[in-house]
Design a protein around this ligand. Structure first.
Ligand code: ATP
Length: 288
């Protein structure tokens, strides 16, 4: 069952009378007899940054796949800009979980970005000058001019990740979906990638949905949290969701949320929720 901890997300949409980029109504998702989560309601307005959190196997990636239209819901509906979700939507950009390119991959950074334009199957082909200008503009946006002609296999994880975000954005997507974009990046790279994602949602009309196992690196960016656990889904602001009372209720066991030097530390998560779930599985928050 979904619990809306706060109505902040929907208020944003209603007060501004802007059409949500993404609208999810009474959605549930499961495989066979196993229900992952149910009753999820969420409106995402332009400019919103939504973090999807929860332990391994809680259904975070499945939720993104449902928004991508590649995974049918068990119940409910999802709309993108007022239209039913569909596979290959031109206005949805996707950065899947990171797999580093092989070192020998011959593709150059600029060609990798151009693949994002080719994905736009519905528009007429761009003349090559237009393509080049678009790629150059996106190279600048993702701060990749310095390695525009380098082979992507020779680039660092953070550089590759910035290019993947550029590829997802180059088709003028209105909704950017990112699956653990900060994983296996060092702190500097995490910052540059999260800053880039944050800047991209500030482009007119665009919003971001991002899976992260740790809210701390994006604490100052996120305005709405979707927390999936124990078959349930919570929606609310960081301050509303990350309280001892709310998470204890979600996990059905006493959980303590403390703030340590502007970081959120969750102590006492049940065993099954520990693996890969780093709001401080060990109570010290030091793995971030
Ligand atoms: N196509 C599928 N058919 C059956 N079960 C699936 C399918 N896809 C995922 N699952 C199962 O559903 C559960 C949720 O998977 P999902 O990848 O959505 O979780 P997640 O929260 O993203 O996990 P993680 O944090 O480990 O990436 C897992 O137990 C997974 O094995």
């Amino acid at each position: 069952m979904m619990t809306t901890v706060t109505s902040a997300a929907t208020d944003h949409v209603e007060a501004g009378a802007v059409r949500p980029v993404l609208s999810i109504r009474d959605a549930s998702l499961g495989y066979g007899d196993r229900l992952l989560w149910a009753g999820l309601d969420l409106d995402v307005a332009p400019g919103q940054f939504v973090a999807i959190l929860g332990p391994n196997g809680s259904g975070k990636t499945s939720l993104l796949r449902a928004v991508l239209g590649t995974q049918p819901l068990t119940g409910g509906r999802i709309e993108i800009l007022g239209e039913p979700v569909r596979r290959g939507h031109r206005l949805v950009g996707y950065v899947p979980q990171q797999h580093l390119a092989d070192r020998g991959t011959p593709l150059r950074a600029r060609d990798f970005l151009a693949l994002g334009i080719d994905g736009d199957r519905f528009g007429p082909p761009l003349p090559s000058r237009g393509r080049r200008a678009r790629v150059d503009a996106m190279l600048a946006t993702v701060h990749a001019e310095a390695f525009a002609d380098a082979r992507i296999g020779s680039l660092s994880g953070g550089e590759q990740q910035r290019l993947r975000i550029g590829q997802a954005l180059i088709g003028d997507s209105r909704l950017l979906l990112c699956d653990e974009p900060l994983i296996s990046l060092d702190l500097n790279q995490q910052r540059s990638v999260s800053d880039l994602i944050d800047a991209s949602r500030r482009e007119p009309g665009r919003a971001v949905l991002m899976i992260t196992h740790d809210v701390n690196p994006v604490l100052d960016m996120v305005d709405t949290v979707v927390y999936l656990a124990n078959g349930k889904a919570l929606v609310g602001s960081v301050d509303d969701v990350f309280t001892s009372e709310v998470l204890s209720d979600l996990y059905d066991t006493p959980v303590e949320v403390v703030r340590v030097r502007d970081r959120i530390v969750v102590v006492g998560l049940p065993d099954h929720a520990h693996e890969g779930h780093e709001h401080a599985p060990h109570g010290d928050g030091s793995r971030h």
